[in-house]
Design a protein around this ligand. Sequence first.
Ligand SMILES: [Ca+2]
Ligand SMILES: [Ca+2]
Ligand SMILES: [Ca+2]
Length: 220
Amino acid sequence: MKLGTSDDKADSDGDGIRDNEDKHPAGGGETYKITVHWRHNNQPFTTQFGIPEDKYLYYKTQKRTTSADGKFATSHDPVIQTIAKDIADASVSAGDSCKYCLAIDFVESMTYQYDIDYNSNIDYPKYAIETIVDERGDCEDTSFLMASILEALDLDTILLLYSDHMAVGFASNNCPGTFYNYQGRKYCFLETTNDPVSLGNYFTVWGKYMNEKPFVIEAN
Ligand SMILES: [Ca+2]
Ligand SMILES: [Ca+2]
Ligand SMILES: [Ca+2]
C-alpha cells in the first residue's frame, strides 16, 4: 500500500493526525514559525516554536457547536508543552515563582478581537493552537489557551462559563481574588481578556458576573 493512503485511519507520517484528517498524510507541508514577544515585570521574553500546517488545519477544520466543551483546551499538545516550559524557565530567570502570573503576560500578548469583527461569527470557539497562529481571539479563545498552558504547568484548571463570558479557574488554597468551590477544591478566578472593560486586576470577578454562578467545564 502506498504510504499515506491507508483506509484504517493510521497515522502514516507520525504527526499525530490520522491519514483521513491529515492534509499531507505522507509527510511534508509547511511549518509556521511563530515568535511571541511578551513582557513580565518589564522584562522582555521571546518564545519561539513551529506549528505544522497540518496540525493547524486539523484543529481549524474540527466541527464546533458550543463553547461549553473542554476539548478546545489542549494541554498535551507539544506546542503548548513548549510554551509551558518556556514560561517555567522564564519564571526561574525572572525570579518570580508565580507561574500563572507569567502565563497571564504570555496570553495577554495575543490581540483581543471579537469573533464577529474578523470571521463573521458571533461566537466561535477556537482551539488553543488556532488562537496562537491567528494571534487573536476573544474571551473563550484566550480562556482555552490559558487553561491549556496552566494545565501544562501542572495547575489543576477549569473553565468558568458565565451567561456571556468565559474565564479560567485554577486550583489553589491561596487565591489572590475571587474563588469558587468546585468538587471539594478551591479555584481562583482568572480573567484572560485585555478587553474594553478596565478590569483593575485579573483575579476579581467583575460586573454582572459577580452575581452569577458559572457553569464549570473541565479542561483537557
Ligand atoms: Ca499524519
Ligand atoms: Ca501530515
Ligand atoms: Ca472566539
